[in-house]
Design a protein around this ligand. Sequence first.
Ligand code: PGA
Length: 228
Amino acid sequence: AIGNIKGFKSGTLRLAVVTTSEYFIPHLLGPFLEQYPDIDIQLNIGNREQTIERLKQGVDDFYVFSHPPTDIETEAIEFLKNPLVAIAHEDHPIAKKKNLTLKDLCQEPFLMREQGSGTRYAIEEFLKQHQVNLNIKMTIESNEAIKHLVMSKLGISILSAHTLLYGGQRGLVRLPIKELPINSNWFFVWSKAKRQTLIASEFLNHIESNGRQLLQQEMVKSELAYTK
Ligand code: PGA
């Protein structure tokens, strides 16, 4: 019925998502656009801090975070797990070791996301809890570049398991560190102050009814990404 309402089929949906969710948001948009091919999508991708800034300015219909800001009035739905896992190249000596703990990980050169990244925020909170420090070798503004640096044996890292789906994991192994994964979740967030458009609420329905399941299936299929 909603499809008959004037204006709905051809409006704009504005999304601002954190960089790590670029691994799954497009897979939600495909099926949605099949249903509503004339909708114009504006997809902005930034790190957590940049995405929070857009939320403050009220630019977009929806935001995707794993750590939504707590000082802004928002509504949110939690829709998927976001385990952060440790990765190394399969030839790295640490990949051969058994009974790995966080202490082992802290010895190795570590590739870290930039200041302002939600991934980094989650890792730092986790390190504080466990009262350990990493041996940071390089700071990099991209999950994809970090993966390729790990593939080139420059170091190890902790990234969202979503970065390892859909074929982007050649030569990588997941390290069975006792204290990991870091458990977090993905949220769709919107501002309380901004009225939801029809397209936006239809998109939310789509995520809740189809999107969740689609992404969960994808996680389960992947040995590297799957966590219980
Ligand atoms: P990031 O965000 O791309 O800023 O690291 C991911 C997250 O918030 O978990």
